[in-house]
Write a protein that binds this ligand. Structure first.
Ligand code: PBG
Ligand code: ZN
Length: 307
């Protein structure tokens, strides 16, 4: 009877699994702060994707750890960069698996910031050019959706124009539209080796105290041509997800980020909470708040538990 009257459903197909691609062959290195998640070389990533496809997850989002980093983030828009080669290999092996790519520069810059540094600050407009080039290189490699996570102003418009001019008018943009300057990204910065070497990201990511500002950020991204939007983090920002759901009639996602994952895992490993129940409850709550789909390190667990 409970199943019959349940208002919110959660399926593996609602979940996007993040993957961290690193150089080499046969590399599968566990991320210390994120048990059960790995930095994987392209061959291992492909093996993982075959399994993910058979589990029925909604798709993957790719992050790259380039062999070297520089001031200009050249690895981010290299036609043969780590993510670009990863996409090609995945699409050869499992063409049906939905591939989303994270578009940002922080994994590729020597200083770990999301864009070009001028006078100790990220220069918004120069960075737009890098982002557009990255998105186009991902599309050329076969990405189904590009997802800019940098929070520069005007990036969605710049990426849309870049994609259209290069003949990729049909590749949609999933915008990390309401992305907060969050301490919950801590473990990710180990996973993607992208911690800023000085300062923080508060000049371009949002202040946790602000909700209405998130609505303005989303509105701007939609005006510039975003096809889908994201709220990030998810669990501590359920009110923002709900506000966005009520206000904008476009596909809405939320990112249950690394810190949310690691806190749940740590408590479970101490025997303080029931892992499987908290996985389902946390993700169901994110869906109940209004997210159509969720980026989550628990995607495989959802397949195990409700698949
Ligand atoms: C890159 C990016 C970050 C995350 C996704 N894309 C980190 C950041 O902005 O510092 C965080 C994801 C997570 O914590 O799981 N800009
Ligand atoms: Zn970034």
């Amino acid at each position: 009877m409970r199943a019959l009257v349940r208002e919110t459903h959660l399926e593996p197909g609602d979940c996007i699994f993040p993957l961290f691609i690193c150089p080499g062959e046969g590399v599968k290195k566990e991320i210390g702060s994120m048990p059960g998640n790995y930095q994987m070389s392209v061959d291992e990533t492909v093996r993982e994707c075959v399994q993910l496809q058979s589990l029925g997850v909604g798709g993957v989002i790719l992050f790259g750890l380039p062999p070297s980093k520089d001031e200009e983030a050249t690895g981010a828009y290299d036609e043969h960069g780590i993510v670009q080669e990863g996409i090609r290999a995945i699409k050869r092996a499992v063409p049906e698996l939905l591939v989303i790519t994270d578009v940002c520069n922080c994994e590729y810059t020597s200083h770990g910031h999301c864009g070009k540094i001028i006078d100790n600050d990220v220069d918004n407009d120069i960075t737009l050019d890098w982002l557009a080039k990255s998105a186009v290189s991902h599309a050329r490699a076969g990405a189904d959706i590009v997802a800019p996570s940098d929070m520069m102003d005007g990036r969605v418009g710049a990426i849309r124009k870049g994609l259209d001019d290069a003949g990729f008018a049909k590749v949609p943009i999933l915008s990390y539209a309401a992305k907060y300057a969050s301490a919950y990204y801590g473990p990710f910065r180990e996973a993607a080796d992208s911690a800023p070497q000085f300062g923080d990201r508060r000049s371009y990511q949002m202040d946790a105290a602000n909700g209405r500002e998130a609505m303005r950020e989303i509105e701007l991204d939609l005006q510039e041509g975003a096809d889908m939007i994201m709220v990030k983090p998810a669990g501590p920002y359920l009110d923002i997800i709900r506000m966005a759901r009520d206000r904008f009639d476009v596909p809405l996602s939320a990112y249950q980020v690394s810190g949310e994952f690691s806190m749940i895992m740590a408590a479970a490993r101490n025997g303080w909470i029931d892992l499987d129940r908290v996985i389902i409850e946390s993700l169901t709550s994110i869906r109940r708040a209004g997210a159509d789909f969720v980026l989550t390190y628990f995607a495989k667990d959802v397949a195990r538990l409700v698949g």
